[in-house]
Design a protein around this ligand. Structure first.
Ligand SMILES: Nc1ncnc2c1ncn2[C@@H]1O[C@H](COP(=O)(O)OP(=O)(O)O)[C@@H](O)[C@H]1O
Ligand SMILES: [Mg+2]
Length: 303
């Protein structure tokens, strides 16, 4: 039987910059090597096993969007690692060669000073914003018209930034909070750029039957110049919905993670680690969803 390889752990002999839930990032001095693994999380817990091709989808979608939005904002991408020999010029030649799993799932980026704000933009009323709206009629503290429905599109996208909490939940930030941290000019610029990038991507995706309900981006300073960093408009940093099944007035299935969430809920798991292992058919369906998202958005087969 054909089995696909799944990468859930990297162990390169390089200094680790940060290990996140999904990506392993290595410190190259003035650059970073970001490796997207096939790990998947749901309900804030990393599941097992991983999802074949998820890391490649994440990496290549970010790269796709960095290229597409380059006219709106410069970004940290230096090079996508399509071939591991690319790494020779950044890391020096390795006698044994670099692991082939890095191809397609990793990128070299500029390491910069990051701005400690999660720049969230929402186009639709969903998730924590829907919860807040039901309780107080506001989103991120801003009053909204009464009688909006769940998953309803806002008249205009909203910038709803949060802190980057080291542990626990991110907290909402106001433009004044951000101004106090980085000054008025920069605060205004990240707001304006976040909205511009989201709006551009949303229009683009909508024509390809994907609704980007909301997303989160991060910025950094490259010798004083504001640039986009981290990942961009991936299913891990955004809510993707299938436009063909969108129905206002209810919660929408996640384009990518619904098979996993659905299965976990019906399994009766109490959401405490360890989670039950995902069965093969759920893994297969989920892998297909990620590839489909990539192919719909880019119009290309996954490389
Ligand atoms: N070009 C960059 N320069 C410096 N830091 C970066 C850059 N790109 C991303 N980062 C930081 O790397 C970290 C990546 O963490 P991530 O893998 O997303 O894990 P987490 O689950 O903690 O978010 C984030 O803190 C992000 O701000
Ligand atoms: Mg992150």
């Amino acid at each position: 039987m054909f089995t696909q390889s799944v990468l859930t752990n990297t162990n390169l002999s390089l200094p680790l910059f940060i290990q996140g839930k999904v990506r392993d990032t290595y410190d190259l001095g003035n650059q970073l090597l970001i490796v997207a693994t096939d790990r998947i999380s749901a309900f804030d817990v990393v599941l097992s096993p991983g999802i074949p091709d998820k890391g490649r989808v994440l990496n290549q979608l970010s790269a796709f969007w960095f290229e597409k939005t380059g006219h709106l904002m410069p970004n940290h991408l230096i090079e996508v690692v399509d071939d591991v020999r690319t790494l020779d010029s950044y890391l020096g030649k390795s006698s044994s060669g670099y692991p082939s799993y890095l191809a397609g799932r990793s990128m070299i980026v500029k390491k910069v000073e990051r701005i400690p704000v999660e720049c969230v933009v929402r186009g639709y009323l969903s998730g924590s914003a829907w919860t807040e709206y039901q309780e107080s009629g506001t989103v991120s503290g801003a009053p909204l018209p009464k009688s909006l429905l769940e998953s309803q599109e806002f008249p205009q996208p909203m910038f709803t930034p949060t802190t980057k909490a080291k542990s626990g939940h991110d907290l909402p930030m106001s433009i004044d909070d951000i101004t106090r941290q980085i000054g008025k000019a920069l605060a205004e610029k990240i707001r304006e750029k976040s909205l511009a990038i989201y709006s551009y991507a949303r229009e683009y995706a909508r024509k390809r039957d994907i609704i980007i309900a909301d997303t989160k981006m991060e910025f950094g300073l490259d010798n004083g110049e504001l640039i986009l960093i981290d990942e961009l408009l991936t299913p891990d940093s955004s809510r993707f919905w299938d436009a063909r099944h969108y129905k206002v007035g209810q919660s929408q299935p996640s384009y990518d993670k619904q098979p996993v969430r659905g299965w976990l809920v019906q399994s009766g798991w109490n959401k405490e680690p360890p989670p039950p292992p995902l069965p093969p058919e759920v893994i297969e369906t989920t892998a297909r969803r990620y590839r489909e998202a990539y192919e719909r958005l880019t119009g290309k087969k996954l490389g």
